[in-house]
Design a protein. Structure first.
Length: 405
């Protein structure tokens, strides 16, 4: 199946347009990383506390930011979590302790920040534990069980029933205390109305990533990226020529820079899943580049009297249909993942969307022209062109031909 037939596009003739495009986006990303947003590392790398909040209505992000700022919690990040219909919010704080006290403190600070209109002297039922409810019921004793041997067990059962109904049936948020009338003992529910109120949110979970763990993950991510680049350079240097490896690594560096720059410009956090996506697009871009390089190598054998620039143009045109079909189908898949995959996969899929577009573009507009530019540079310095490799033939080893610049 072919998407294009007998195309004859002068890609190398448009290299300055390609260079301008790449420079604009690369410089914009660098400026953002160096002087504007920096590299927005997620809590996986910088360490901190994650607080998952469930609302009873669509959350107002501007109001949440204002409440958090008023409470003095600086550099907090607020984003949607899960499906939009679930009305869930993830709040990342810079608390970097790993103790149980840090978990409780992060939860308490968020509750205090969001409960701006809480009635004085009352506790929030949506953010109370079963132990809090049990102790309250034991103190008030609405069932008149004082002195009974099973008083603690009875109130513990009532408290646990209320919490289970709130968390499992109502997804963590009650809209009214009256909802409990058919769930728990009416006398216990009536007692709760005296000293409890219902807020419009509930804390679902609190997680902590320590600063040491974040530092280790950051180092491992950097090493994984560098190792992949080094591996490609070695493979292509052995498989083709060293200039092919250099061209591929420069191309992948270009793709990575633009992808990370896009995250910086949008101020979207780079998490572990984003690093996984970047490593994926490094392999994808490299694979696409090798396809073009391999066709160049084939054509050097067939068109040994032609200039390298003409061979490269012809090779790109011959692989264009395959490139568009492969990249197009992959792009549609990751685009669907980006649009419908939910907030958890948002960063991962966005990195792939940008990476596939830039990776396909760079295989055509960056990698192959580097070969020609290097040959032209050697020609201007009066040096002979480098030997361009051919396929091994019939067990006779590797043969090489000189190609005109």
């Amino acid at each position: 199946m072919e998407f294009f037939r007998n195309t004859n596009i002068d890609f190398l003739g448009k290299k300055w347009y390609f260079l301008t495009f790449s420079l604009i986006f690369s410089v914009a990303g660098l400026c953002s990383m160096l002087a504007w947003h920096g590299v927005p590392l997620g809590v996986d790398f910088r360490g901190g506390t994650l607080v998952y909040v469930k609302y009873s209505h669509s959350p107002d992000f501007s109001a949440i930011h204002a409440e958090i700022d008023r409470a003095g919690l600086k550099n907090a990040r607020v984003q949607t979590y899960g499906q939009a219909a679930n009305d869930e919010v993830l709040i990342a704080l810079d608390l970097q302790e790993t103790s149980e006290q840090a978990l409780d403190r992060g939860k308490i600070q968020i509750i205090q920040a969001l409960e701006t209109n809480a009635p004085a002297g009352k506790q929030d039922l949506n953010n109370s534990s079963s132990l809090t409810l049990e102790n309250y019921l034991l103190e008030k004793d609405p069932l008149h069980l004082s002195g009974s041997a099973d008083a603690s067990a009875r109130y513990n059962s009532i408290a646990q029933t209320i919490v289970d109904y709130r968390d499992k049936t109502k997804s963590g948020v009650l809209s009214s205390i009256d909802e409990l009338k058919g769930v728990a003992d009416p006398a216990a529910v009536a007692s709760l109305q005296d000293n409890f109120f219902v807020s419009d949110f509930g804390i679902r979970n609190v997680e902590i990533v320590g600063p040491q763990v974040g530092k280790q993950l950051r180092g491992q991510a950097i090493r994984a990226t560098l190792y992949s680049l080094a591996g490609m350079l070695i493979y292509l240097a052995l498989r083709f020529e060293w200039i092919y490896g250099v061209a591929a690594v420069l191309t992948v560096f270009h793709d990575t820079l633009i992808t990370v720059g896009a995250f910086s410009l949008l101020n979207w956090e780079i998490s572990l899943t984003v690093i996984a996506a970047i490593l994926t697009l490094i392999g994808y871009s490299n694979n696409d580049t090798i396809v073009v390089f391999d066709r160049i190598r084939e054509n050097i054998k067939l068109l040994r009297r032609d200039k390298l620039a003409d061979i490269v143009n012809k090779s790109i045109n011959q692989t264009l249909s395959r490139t568009i079909l492969t990249a197009g189908l992959t792009f549609l898949t990751v685009l669907a993942l980006f649009l419908f995959g939910g907030e958890v996969l948002h960063g991962f899929s966005f990195a792939l969307v940008i990476g596939i577009l830039i990776g396909t573009y760079s295989s055509i507009a960056i990698a192959a022209p580097i070969l020609v530019a290097y040959q032209e540079w050697r020609g201007e310095r009066g040096k002979a062109p480098i030997a361009m490799p051919l396929r091994p033939g019939n067990g006779q080893g590797r043969t090489k031909e000189k190609v005109k610049v």
